[in-house]
Design a protein around this ligand. Sequence first.
Ligand code: BGC
Length: 421
Amino acid sequence: MQSTLKPFLSALALAAAAANWAPARAGQDTVQVLHWWTAGGEAGALQVLKDELLRHDVQWQDVPIAGGGGAQAMTTLRARVLAGDPPSAAQLAGFDIADWSHQGVLQDLNPIAQRQDWARKVPKALQDFDVYQGRWIAAPIDVHSSNWLWASRQVLTRSGITRPPATWDEFLADLAKVKKAGFVALAAGGQPWQIATMFDGVVLSTGGPDFYRRSLLERDPKVLDSPTMIKAFERMSALRSFVDQGYANRDWNEATAMIMQGRAGFQMVGDWALGEFNHARQVPGKDYLCVRTPGTQGSVTYHSDALVFFKRGAKDLEAQRITAEAVMSPEVQIGFNRIKGSAPALLGVSPESFNACGRKAIADLAQADARGTLLGSLSQGNAVPPAVKGAFFDVIAREFNGAITPTEAARQLAAAAKAQY
Ligand code: BGC
């Protein structure tokens, strides 16, 4: 992407915004935000930020690009920036943030960050992505994690299961029981990012946190092409035998709906699913269960959504400033995240108003951070740069769909890691 963007960018009239963050206001300001928060829980969470902005006289102009994981949103964003028409702000996560910053199109948020003391308030693991070459370029709004297993309480009971699985073997046995009882065992969607989301948990469960780090974060070819990685792919194939026919084009929130409606037993997806349960007013422990992917207890594969701000000229600065400040307010972070299912991106925010799964998410994060088992999620872009991520997704999806064997998949992962992008 970098090489294609560059010549166009130099032609853009973006230089105007050498951010002087305090121009005079003339009437109501507008902030145009590109994002992929279109499911019920996501939209509900976003409303908290929109309401806060209205209180500051900033009108929200929505640019929603449906599609979990943000693949479509990134395509649209790229096209708009290339056309010289970036939105005022966009949702980004992980390595994508540095990639955009590298293009020179993002606002430097340092003056705001210094005033609000973001350096002291934001966890270090997030600053690694939100600060680029000494400059804050993103305002983090949440922390999600992907190694979760969600279960329908009713389906489990009707399948003769009395507790959620804690080990991989228990999980496989439970999937078989649910299938036998006539339900869909594993609710899933066939989009590569959804398959990769399951892979995060499977790799962590199969090899443990050190193996996850050395394979997916450090991309050691010998660890990528190893018996443990082959075993992880074999586990992916085993999972494939528990999804239903209709999985290919299913969105992640439709899969969550199968759990909520008592049609499926389990879903392996990040805690944005919690936003859907919250939105449907389902109750943890009564209607659904949230546990870590069996075998991954004690570790967390994380990423954080952030808003970045594009250079669009002086007329946008005030609305951008107010938006960035609102994102970083504790009230907005609590309101947004308790609906969305994520943890706040600010340290020291009270977990009191979160439900049991939300409180577990917050506690698990802190514990993993302290133990050194907080790991960037591959599926959500916190492990490797975007081009490598794309190549990995391709291998993972092809193996899941039976196009290549687990042994071939491990070999291809190692090859993809070595390639120059
Ligand atoms: C984002 C979440 C979002 C999920 C599904 C993830 O990539 O980080 O905020 O809820 O996709 O749309």
